[in-house]
Design a protein around this ligand. Structure first.
Ligand code: BGC
Length: 767
C-alpha cells in the first residue's frame, strides 16, 4: 500500500508538471445543455442518479462470467443508464420504451456495442486495417460501421481500440493498430471522425469510446488481463499518444482497461482517469469501466465491493459495466461519507450529457428504424467496399518467381483447415457479422475463377492435433469440423489432390478465435499438424502458395525459407474470401504493409523497430558478438520488419533531397524522394518517413515513424514524394515530462519499410 501511495505521488507531480489549460468560454449550445441537465438533475433522487451510472448487458455477446439479470425491471425502476450487446430496432425500442414510459423521470438509455471492425458488413480486423496505411479508407470503414450499427439501434461503440501492442503473444494484438505510436495515433483520429462524423445528433453517427485506457497492450508476458509496469518515458512517448489523439479528435467516452498500472488498476487509478485524462488532456466526456472491471478490483486486492466502487468513482470512473457495484453500494458509501454527493452528481451529469449530445432527449427512438435496418445494412455498396478494403490489407510477404498472381485457367488444389470455413473469415470481435453472407475461401476462389479453373479441395489436416485446443480456438460458433482419422491419412488425401493440380493454395494458420480477447499464445507458430501438411505439399514439387490467416505476427521462419509465396491475409471480414481471390488471381494488387514486426521466433518478442540503441548495440547485419546486446542462437533481425510488404510490381527510390540542412524552431524543411514503378503493373506504395534524434537529454529510439504517404503509380511512372519536417515532429516528453524538441543533429530516413531506407541528416538549430 505504501509503495502504491508513493507511486501515485510521483505520477501526480508529473501531471502537475504539464501546464494547466486556461478555462474556455462556455458556448451557447453547451450552456443550453447545462441548464437542461441541471433542471433534470434537480428532480432526480440519489438512487436515480446512481442508476444512470449502471451499464448492463443485453447478453448477445458476453466476455465474462457475470451477466446482468432482471434488466427490464431495473430499467423501469430507473436503475439502468445504458445497455450494451442488445441489437435490432425492435429489441432496442422495447428496452427504450420501458425507460421512457415506465421509469419515473423517463430518461432514455444509451445503447452500446462492440462495433470493432464493421458491423454486419465486417471489415478486416483492426491489425489488418492498420496494414492498409490508408487513413481515408480506415475512416470510411468506421463511417460505414456507424451507419449500419445506428440503423440497428446502436448509438455508442466500444472502439477505437488503440493499445500499442508489441507482444505477438497477446491475443488482443489483433484488435490493435499494431506497434507504432504515430500510425496508431493517425488511426485513432480517423476512426473517431468516422464514427462520430461532424454531428453526433444525426441518426447515423455514433459515439466513440477509446479503449483500453491505458497501456493494456503492454500486459506482462503477453498474457491477457495481466499487469503493466512501465516507465514514464515509454508511457508518455510511446503508449499514451494514440489515446490522446482519439480524445483530441473528440471521442465522447473512454473505457478504463482491466490491467494494473504500476500498482493501481486503471479502473481505480485517479492519476490516470482524473489527473492525466481530465486535468492534463482536458477530456470532457465520460469513462466507463470494462466488463466487470469494478468487481475485479476485489480480485486485484483493493477491498470489498463497497470499497472498490467508492474508489473507482472517486478516481474518475463514471459508468460501471456489469459489476453493479455502483448501484449496490454507492448510496451506502454516500451515507457513510466515503463518497460525496458531488462525486455522484458529477458522474451522473457526464452520462446525461452524452445522451444529450446524441439527441436522445429529443428523440429516444431515433436509432430504432426498421426501415433503415432493412435498407442500410449489408448494402451492395457496403459489401463492395468491404471487398476493396480487404484487398488493401493483405501483406504479400514473399513471391519467389512471381508465382502470384495465379492464372485463372488450370487446376488449383485448395488445401487446409481454413479453406472451407465461413465462420473463420471475419475475425475476432465480429459478433454482428452475418456468416450466411460471408463466403469461405473455397467459395470465393470458385466464384472469382469462374468456369475457367478446375478447383479441387481437401482439408489436409485439423486446425490443431489436440482436440481440446481446437475446441478452445473455435468458440462462439466459429467451429471447424474435425477429422478423427490418423493425421497421415488426412495428409495423404491432400497430397493426392495436390498432385492433380498445377498449383496449390494452402489455407493455413490460426482460426479467428486463436487471437483476440483471452486468446494469448505462448507458441506463435502455425500449429504443428498444419506444418506437417505444408511440408508434405511442398514435397510434391508443385508450386505452393501459403495463404496465411493470422490475428498476430506469426513466427514463420521455416515457412519463409521453404514456401515460395506467402500472402498474409489476417482475417479480412465479410468479403475476405472474394478479396483474397481478387489478389490471388491478380484482379487486385496487394499493397498492405505490416503494422507490426514479424519475429523470427517467439523468444525475440517483444520486438519492434523503434527500440533504443543500448550502450552495447550489436552491429546491424551481424549475428552474435560477445558482450553485445543480442542472442546466442538468433540474430537481432526481424523476420519481416515493420512497414514491410511486397507488391506485384516493384518500386525504386531516389536519394533524399532536403530543402536545407538545418532549420530553426518555428521553421521547417522538406525531404523529397522520387519513387518509380519499375515493374509491369500498376501498384500502390506506402512511402515511409522516419527520423532519429542523435543526441537527447534522454535516450531516443533508433528510428521513429514521422509520416507516410500512400501513392499509386502506373508502370514506368515516377512521383516526387515530399514530406515537411517541423519542430513539432521532433518533440518528445523529456525527463521532466515537458514536450520539447531539442536542438541538435537528426537522421532522416525514407523508404518502403522501416529497414530498407535512404538516409540523410539535418540539424535543428538552437533558439
Ligand atoms: C472487453 C472490451 C469490450 C467489453 C464489452 C470486454 O471483455 O475487454 O474490449 O468492449 O468486453 O463487450
Amino acid at each position: 500500500m505504501k509503495k502504491a501511495k508513493s507511486l501515485v505521488c510521483i505520477m501526480a507531480l508529473c501531471a502537475g508538471a504539464i501546464q494547466a489549460q486556461a478555462p474556455k468560454p462556455v458556448p451557447a449550445d453547451q450552456s443550453k445543455m447545462n441548464t437542461f441537465i441541471s433542471q433534470l438533475m434537480a428532480k432526480m433522487t440519489v438512487d436515480e442518479k446512481i442508476g444512470q451510472l449502471n451499464l448492463v448487458t443485453g447478453g448477445e455477446a458476453t466476455t465474462g462470467e457475470a451477466v446482468s439479470n432482471d434488466v427490464e425491471g431495473k430499467i423501469a425502476q430507473g436503475q439502468v443508464g445504458g445497455i450494451f450487446s442488445l441489437t435490432t430496432p425492435t429489441r432496442v425500442r422495447k428496452a427504450q420504451q420501458i425507460a421512457v414510459t415506465k421509469s419515473r423521470l423517463k430518461i432514455p438509455l444509451i445503447f452500446g456495442q462492440d462495433v470493432i471492425h464493421g458491423y454486419k458488413t465486417t471489415f478486416p480486423i483492426p491489425l489488418a486495417l492498420a496494414a492498409s496505411w490508408d487513413m481515408p479508407l480506415v475512416e470510411r470503414t468506421a463511417r460505414v460501421a456507424a451507419t449500419e450499427a445506428s440503423a440497428d439501434g446502436i448509438n455508442w461503440t466500444f472502439s477505437p481500440m488503440v493499445d500499442i501492442s508489441r507482444d505477438a503473444r497477446w491475443g488482443r494484438i489483433a484488435e490493435s493498430c499494431g506497434e507504432d505510436t504515430y500510425l496508431a495515433s493517425q488511426i485513432a483520429r480517423v476512426m473517431v471522425q468516422g464514427y462520430q462524423g461532424d454531428d453526433l445528433k444525426k441518426n447515423n453517427t455514433i459515439m466513440a469510446c477509446v479503449k483500453h485506457f491505458a497501456l493494456y497492450g503492454a500486459a506482462e508476458a503477453g498474457k491477457d488481463y495481466n499487469t503493466t509496469d512501465m516507465s514514464l518515458d515509454r508511457m508518455y512517448n510511446d503508449y499514451l499518444p494514440p489515446y490522446k489523439a482519439a480524445i483530441d479528435a473528440g471521442a465522447g467516452s473512454v473505457m478504463a482497461s482491466f490491467n494494473d498500472i504500476n500498482g493501481i488498476p486503471a479502473t481505480a487509478n485517479k492519476w490516470l482517469l482524473t489527473d492525466l485524462l481530465r486535468k492534463q488532456w482536458g477530456f470532457t466526456g465520460f469513462v466507463t469501466s470494462d466488463y466487470t472491471g469494478v468487481n475485479e478490483l476485489i480480485e486485484h486486492g483493493l477491498g470489498d465491493l463497497q470499497q472498490v466502487s467508492a474508489r473507482s468513482l472517486k478516481a474518475g470512473m463514471e459508468m460501471d459495466m456489469v459489476s453493479e457495484g455502483y448501484v449496490k453500494t454507492l448510496k451506502k458509501s454516500l451515507q457513510e461519507g466515503k463518497v460525496a454527493m458531488a462525486d455522484i452528481d458529477n458522474a451522473c451529469r457526464l452520462i446525461l450529457e452524452a445522451k444529450y449530445k446524441l439527441g436522445l432527449f429529443d428523440d429516444p427512438y431515433k436509432y430504432c428504424s426498421e426501415k433503415r435496418a432493412k435498407t442500410e445494412i449489408l448494402t451492395p455498396a457496403n459489401v463492395k467496399f468491404a471487398r476493396e478494403t480487404a484487398a488493401q490489407t493483405f501483406v504479400l510477404l514473399k513471391n519467389q518467381g512471381n508465382i502470384l498472381p495465379i492464372k485463372k485457367a488450370g487446376t488449383i488444389a485448395v488445401v487446409g483447415p481454413l479453406a472451407n470455413t465461413r465462420a473463420n473469415m471475419p475475425g475476432t470481435w465480429s459478433v454482428n457479422a452475418d456468416l450466411a453472407n460471408t463466403p469461405s475461401l473455397l467459395e470465393g476462389l470458385k466464384a472469382v475463377a469462374g468456369s475457367k479453373a478446375n478447383i479441387l479441395y481437401s482439408m489436409g489436416s485439423n486446425l490443431t492435433a489436440d482436440a481440446t485446443l481446437q475446441k478452445n480456438a473455435t468458440m462462439f460458433g466459429r467451429d471447424i469440423p474435425r477429422d478423427e482419422r490418423p493425421e497421415e491419412v488426412i495428409i495423404n488425401e491432400a497430397v493426392a489432390t495436390a498432385q492433380k493440380a498445377d498449383v496449390v493454395i494452402a489455407a493455413l494458420g490460426e482460426s479467428s478465435e486463436m487471437s483476440g480477447e483471452s486468446s494469448s499464445r505462448s507458441n506463435i507458430e502455425i500449429p504443428e499438424v498444419q506444418k506437417h501438411l505444408l511440408a508434405a505439399l511442398l514435397k510434391t514439387g508443385k508450386p505452393v502458395v501459403l495463404v496465411l490467416f493470422a490475428g498476430r505476427p506469426m513466427a514463420i521462419k521455416w515457412e519463409s525459407e521453404n514456401v515460395p509465396a506467402i500472402l498474409n491475409v489476417w482475417f479480412g471480414g465479410t468479403q475476405a474470401a472474394n478479396a483474397i481471390a481478387d489478389v490471388v488471381f491478380g484482379d487486385a494488387n496487394p499493397s498492405g504493409k505490416l503494422a507490426v514486426t514479424f519475429p523470427q521466433n517467439v523468444g525475440q518478442v517483444p520486438i519492434y523497430y523503434s527500440h533504443k540503441n543500448t550502450g552495447r548495440p550489436l552491429q546491424e547485419g551481424t549475428w552474435f558478438t560477445k558482450f553485445r546486446s543480442g542472442y546466442l542462437d538468433v540474430s537481432n533481425d526481424p523476420l519481416y520488419p515493420f512497414g514491410f510488404g511486397l507488391s506485384y510490381t516493384t518500386f525504386s527510390y531516389s536519394d533524399i533531397k532536403l530543402s536545407a540542412n538545418s532549420f530553426a524552431p518555428g521553421q521547417s524543411i522538406t525531404a523529397t524522394v522520387t519513387v518509380t514503378n519499375t515493374g509491369k503493373v500498376e501498384g500502390k506504395e506506402v512511402v515511409q518517413l522516419y527520423t532519429r534524434d542523435m543526441v537527447g537529454s534522454i535516450t531516443r529510439p533508433v528510428k521513429e515513424l514521422k509520416g507516410f504517404q500512400k501513392i499509386s503509380l502506373k508502370p514506368g511512372d515516377s512521383k516526387a514524394v515530399t514530406f515537411t519536417i517541423k519542430e513539432d515532429d521532433l518533440k518528445f516528453y523529456n525527463a521532466d515530462l515537458q514536450y520539447v524538441a531539442e536542438p541538435g543533429d537528426f537522421k532522416v530516413f525514407i523508404g518502403s519499410n522501416s529497414h530498407d531506407v535512404k538516409e540523410s541528416q539535418f540539424t535543428l538549430a538552437g533558439k
